[in-house]
Design a protein around this ligand. Structure first.
Ligand code: FNR
Length: 194
């Protein structure tokens, strides 16, 4: 099973990027093929329809193709003001916009419809960014994703990671593993072992 993992932050020392790496490793442990994607590697402007009318940026198409090639996703969201980040919203808005005349992306259903998605978040606060997940969930469902019921929010993230980037608390590692495992379980049932 191919699973895509990405975080809604590009910050160098981002807790959520670090948690995404833990999620990708958890997927490897489950025997899946994980792609850890960095949004910083994509040159994606702030969305507006005039820009889209001039032609979807090449990096948006590149991102959509990568998303489309993975039946399962893990999205790791930071929490800004009780919600997910503008970066994540802009990325998902572009990714959901139809590409006129494109053989695969013209009707806007791909790459979202039918994807099995798990959510994680990390914050140094006590709630671990859980409120960001509660805002992200309806967006994903609206786009036709199958959302894993299991989710995990990592609190006190500044002291959660060891020197190798691992979660030092085995109970927290087990929580991440459980989310990833459930996403893979559901994706295999919906998509086979693609
Ligand atoms: C935050 N932060 C934050 N944290 C939180 O737990 N709940 C919140 O509502 C907010 N709100 C918020 C608003 C804004 C504008 C900023 C810049 C920050 C703190 C935030 O979670 C923290 O900066 C994380 O480190 C961001 O995630 P990364 O970049 O570490 O992945």
């Amino acid at each position: 099973m191919k699973i895509l993992v990405f975080a809604g932050s590009t910050r160098q020392q981002s807790f959520n990027r670090r948690l995404a790496a833990v999620g990708a490793e958890a997927a490897h442990i489950e025997g899946a093929q994980a792609t850890l994607l960095e949004l910083a590697d994509f040159d994606i402007p702030m969305y507006h329809a005039d820009l889209e009318a001039r032609g979807t940026p090449a990096d948006v198409i590149r991102l959509k193709e990568i998303m489309d090639a993975h039946p399962a996703w893990i999205i790791v969201t930071p929490e800004y003001n009780g919600s997910y980040t503008g970066l994540l919203k802009n990325t998902l808005d572009w990714a959901s916009s139809p590409v006129a005349g494109h053989p695969v992306f013209a009707d806007g259903s791909r790459p979202f419809a039918g994807k099995v998605v798990g959510m994680l978040s990390a914050s140094n606060g006590a709630l671990g960014g859980l409120r960001a997940q509660s805002h992200l969930a309806p967006l994903l469902i609206n786009l036709g994703c199958w959302l894993a019921p299991r989710q995990y929010a990592l609190p006190r993230a500044a002291s959660a990671f060891g020197e190798q980037g691992q979660l030092t608390d085995p109970a927290q590692q087990a929580q991440v593993q459980a989310v990833v495992s459930q996403v893979l379980w559901a994706a295999e049932r919906l998509h086979g072992t693609e």
